[in-house]
Write a protein that binds this ligand. Structure first.
Ligand code: D5M
Ligand code: FE
Ligand code: ZN
Length: 562
């Protein structure tokens, strides 16, 4: 049997409107006449069914009728969580520097359907090793013709009842903001209250009006939202901090170690400072500066069985640059044994290319109607094994409001994408997979973090480092009024109340991952080749990669399909 058979069958079924469980595909592929079996299975399955299961196929192959199932799959049961040491100190990776691209021969990524015994699906992968891996030296491509990559070589042995997906912080259907000034005040008060709680234990906080009333001299601290940062004529820094009582100026001397931290400060984030009041009480001289941050002692939770999640984003269906071949290599590979432990697929936004997102975008559209784009996306989603749990959030190209938090799609768009019964939640959202919390955020603020901070702290080549900054600020989009649009809500959904075990973003179309205080941060690249705009500004996207994380160890493996 040619190894591409399962993938071909999955696509064929998708064209008939069905997603299919991996076991169903395996059974079809193993039939004496797979094409005939597929036709029979399609005929025997009601049009309103969304998914072909192994039982459906068995019924056709054995001819033994049985009761029809409910077409909509059910949620899995709960499993316990286990705390474990997820490993060593920060390790980091980035494809730009990985030898993967150079080392994988061209043929490896090409379809080799004609040769019966060579895999159509190639799986060059790069992975973080033990401990601190620096991508520049140690990330390597691994060969693909392992036992496990043989498609359809055996049945899948996963128990859906072991799965659990729980969603937190989803604001879909809960938007309260009307866009009035007061709404913004409410959002910012909520931000201040929740983030200042994390900081007040670290400094002896006195509010702005108390500091103003103070005669001067002596130790003082303050927790505030950054309302301004400017340099003085002599090169020192003045940070204006605001709380619910007023604004107070804080001075960071240029020769202090902490002066370097000023580069990392964004407007509207909440920080704490500690130091002494000037003799006239008019300014606070800063000795120490704190971010809400991830506690140094943070220990992530892990799943208590070996199970994996693929973390992707930025599919951009509808764009002329959508890489359909790479996508289909990926979805085909998901049907193989090599991917059998991948039971979750998270998609962090930009499912489609959208319409009217950037000037002249229409010149590069393959599908000009937004609904048709989602129809096509849904077709491509059907290629994903029907027995995988999918969670997705919108991005700035999707058909929801641009301002964050972005609610999950409305009914009209959801209707188009029912095939997989995917969970469609807001951007951002917290997704708990078997006890491992994944913060999904599309990532528009990363552009801003990268633009504002020095290259070594955040850059497009190391997008995960920009993510570290967001973890440090415990907020996914601190800066208001710039590039990132923020919608006023009664609560600031963009605050990271809880430290996630995994932080998953996309948007910048660059692949990078690494650990910040044991939190795995991954920016997942894209499935869109370079656009004209990206060419004009020298953005060289990492397209066609699928980062896969082990939920039991938080180790990352990246598979290349382009
Ligand atoms: O964003 C992909 C990346 O490219 C992200 O870093 C923004 C940037 N980008 C792409 N097009 C533009 C235009 N026209 N202006 C500014 N920045 C842009 P995506 O959300 O996929 O478009
Ligand atoms: Fe994108
Ligand atoms: Zn985007």
């Amino acid at each position: 049997m040619p190894l591409e058979e399962p993938a071909r069958l999955a696509r064929e079924l998708a064209s008939h409107g069905y997603a299919a469980d991996r076991e169903a595909i395996t059974l079809l592929a193993a039939a004496a006449d797979p094409a005939q079996a597929l036709v029979l299975a399609v005929e025997a399955t009601p049009d309103d069914a969304l998914k072909l299961t192994a039982d459906d196929v068995r019924e056709v192959l054995d001819g033994s009728p049985r009761a029809r199932r409910d077409p909509i799959s059910e949620d899995g049961g709960d499993t316990g969580t286990a705390s474990a040491d997820a490993g060593a100190d920060p390790d980091a990776g980035g494809i730009e520097s990985a030898s993967a691209k150079g080392d994988v021969p061209d043929e490896a990524a090409a379809e080799t359907a004609a040769v019966a015994d060579s895999p159509a699906v190639q799986d060059p992968s790069v992975s973080t090793g033990e401990g601190g891996v620096d991508a520049k030296e140690n990330v390597s491509a691994s060969p693909v013709e392992t036992e496990g990559s043989r498609a359809g070589a055996g049945g899948r042995d996963t128990d859906p009842s072991l799965r659990s997906v729980e969603i937190g912080n989803d604001m879909t259907g809960r938007s309260t903001g009307t866009g009035e000034y007061e709404d913004f005040v409410t959002t910012f008060r909520d931000r201040y209250q929740r983030l200042s709680r994390k900081l007040k234990g670290r400094v002896n906080h006195r509010n702005a009006s108390a500091l103003e009333a103070s005669p001067g001299g002596g130790d003082a601290g303050m927790v505030g939202m950054v309302s301004d940062v400017r340099s003085t004529a002599s090169g020192h820094w003045i940070i204006e901090l605001e709380d619910t009582t007023g604004v107070f100026p804080c001075l960071v001397m240029k020769d202090k170690d902490i002066a370097d931290l000023v580069d990392e400060i964004l407007f509207d984030e909440v920080i704490a400072v500690d130091g002494t009041l000037s003799d006239d009480g008019g300014i606070l001289f800063v000795d120490d500066l704190h971010f809400p941050d991830v506690p140094r002692t943070y220990e992530p939770s892990t799943a208590d069985r070996h199970v994996q999640a693929a973390l992707i984003s930025d599919v951009h269906v509808g764009s002329q640059e959508f890489m359909v071949d790479a996508w289909q290599r990926f979805t085909s590979w998901l049907h193989t044994e090599a991917a059998e432990n991948i039971e979750y697929l998270l998609i962090a936004g930009d499912m489609v290319e959208g319409v009217g997102i950037y000037p002249d975008q229409d010149e590069e559209l393959d599908i000009v109607d937004i609904f048709d784009q989602y129809e096509q996306f849904s077709e491509h989603l059907k290629e994903v094994p029907g027995d995988m749990e999918i969670v997705m959030i919108p991005g700035n190209h999707d058909a929801v409001r641009l301002a964050e938090p972005q609610p999950g799609f409305d009914e009209e768009i959801r209707e188009i994408m029912t095939a997989h019964d995917a969970r469609i939640v807001s951007n951002p959202a917290m997704v708990d997979l078997e006890g491992v919390s994944v913060l999904m955020y599309h990532g528009v603020s990363l552009d801003e973090v990268i633009a504002e901070m020095p290259e070594d702290i955040a850059s497009y080549d190391h997008p995960h480092k920009a993510m570290y900054q967001l973890l440090k600020k415990r907020h996914v989009a601190p800066q208001f009024g710039g590039h990132t649009r923020v919608a006023p809500e009664e609560k600031d959904y963009l605050v990271m109340d809880e430290v996630p075990d995994i932080f998953h973003t996309g948007h910048v179309h660059k692949l990078g991952w690494g650990k910040y205080r044991k939190v795995m941060a991954v920016n997942s690249g894209c499935w869109q080749a370079q656009t004209d705009f990206q060419k004009s500004v020298n953005i060289d996207p990492d397209a066609g990669f699928a980062p896969v994380v082990d939920l039991d160890t938080l180790e990352m493996t990246v598979h290349k399909f382009s």
